[in-house]
Write a protein that binds this ligand. Structure first.
Ligand code: NAD
Ligand code: TYD
Length: 351
């Protein structure tokens, strides 16, 4: 194998797309998926590639220092693409400490392990940290986040991600660890855990349940097709400048309520319901505490330097997403029933 890359959080939403892309595109790389399989980790996301020779899965917790060191002893690691995180803002409001542990302590454990292993020879090594636009805080009605925007996180989730970004930069500045960071806007697409807005709304519309819209639905998010994020990660991993940051976004801003109305229209068509049926399910609920008004990314650096751009229009991507969820009822039902947790035992523990 030409390279060994550890992808952390590879059983999650975005991680599974990154693992799939790398395993299929680079048959001469060994891809090690390191994941704790929290509620958000689901190995069924990777069923189509799990038998490939250049893929292996390791179950473990990045907060466990000994476990992390052992992994770096077991594999001759050339690169880390670090996606493992607690990722849901609402959960961070309910339980911030888990976010500190995984997102901050877990990241520092990985930085320490790479530094220890690589310190005599950094050549061709890379620690790639995947982060979010939420570290920049909230925008008003105008303007975009650029790579120079000052950090101003508001939720425990974004504060923990901001902290991890600072540690990654500190390891570059202090120890010269070869790092790169990207900060991406909201992703959508297949395998999105159904407590996040889009899959939750699809599932509720399908089951004729209320669609909870926080506040007045006026918050704006910049949505990116998840496979476009994976392609950006591929470009940055291979051609990004060491020590740099890249913003990734869709130039695709939607008010939550407009997005939900578009989704309702698509669902009415797909489920052969009368126009306007699904919209009746919209239920305005109490707003999220500290709810950031607007996120919008300026991704022009990534476009100019590495030639990346989003591949899909949102209307097309949203329809593809709906089609995927309607065609993959079993995947969704296994999550809502909790039985997806058994997949690991059936697939791996009895081998
Ligand atoms: P996710 O919650 O779907 O997946 C996270 C994965 O990390 C899961 O498989 C989980 O089991 C694993 N994990 C959690 N704690 C762990 C631990 N202690 N040790 C090992 N594995 C652990 O998240 P996602 O939406 O795929 O996000 C992936 C990354 O991308 C995160 O770092 C997130 O901050 C970032 N990001 C997400 C978005 C988005 O829209 N979802 C946007 C920008 C950036
Ligand atoms: P979410 O998918 O949780 O992503 P993030 O908070 O990381 O941007 O939420 C997207 C937007 O949708 C956010 O403005 C909060 C809002 N939202 C709702 O209105 N209702 C919901 O049930 C959820 C989960 C989110």
């Amino acid at each position: 194998m030409k390279k060994t890359i550890i992808i952390t959080g590879g059983a999650g939403f975005i991680g599974s797309h990154v693992v799939r892309l790398f395993v299929n595109k680079y048959p001469d790389y060994l891809i090690v998926n390191l994941d704790k399989l929290t509620y958000a980790g689901n190995l069924a996301n990777l069923k189509d590639i799990e038998e490939k020779d250049n893929y292996t899965f390791v179950k473990g917790d990045i907060v466990d220092t000994t476990f992390v060191q052992n992994i770096f002893d077991e594999f001759a690691v050339d690169g880390v693409i670090h996606l493992a995180a607690e990722s849901h803002v609402d959960r961070s409001i309910a339980n911030p400490i888990e976010f500190v542990m995984t997102n901050v302590v877990g990241t520092v454990n990985l930085l320490n392990a790479t530094r220890t292993k690589w310190k005599d020879n950094y050549k061709d090594k890379l620690f790639y940290h995947i982060s979010t636009d939420e570290v920049y805080g909230a925008l008003g009605n105008e303007g975009f986040f650029t790579e120079e925007t000052k950090y101003d996180p508001h939720s425990p989730y974004s504060a923990s991600k901001a902290s991890s970004d600072h540690f990654v930069r500190a390891y570059h500045d202090t120890y010269k660890l070869p790092v790169v960071i990207s900060n991406c806007s909201n992703n959508y697409g297949p395998y999105h855990f159904p407590e996040k807005l889009i899959p939750l709304a699809i599932n509720n519309i399908k089951n004729n349940k209320p669609i909870p819209v926080y506040g007045k639905g006026e918050n704006v998010r910049d949505w990116l097709w998840v496979e476009d994020h994976a392609r950006a990660i591929d470009a940055i991993y291979h051609n990004g400048k060491i020590g740099d940051t890249y913003n990734i976004g869709g130039f695709n801003e939607w008010k939550n309520i407009d997005l939900i109305k578009l989704l309702c229209k698509i669902m009415d068509e797909k489920l052969h319901r009368d126009p306007g049926t699904s919209e009746k399910l919209i239920a305005y609920v109490t707003d999220r505490a500290g709810h950031d008004l607007r996120y919008a990314i300026d991704a022009s650096k990534l476009n100019t330097e590495l030639g990346w751009q989003p591949s899909l229009q949102f209307e097309e991507g949203l329809e593809k997403t709906v089609d995927w969820y309607l065609a993959n009822e079993e995947w969704l039902n296994n999550i809502t029933s909790g039985s997806y947790k058994k997949y690991y035992e059936e697939q791996y523990e009895n081998r």
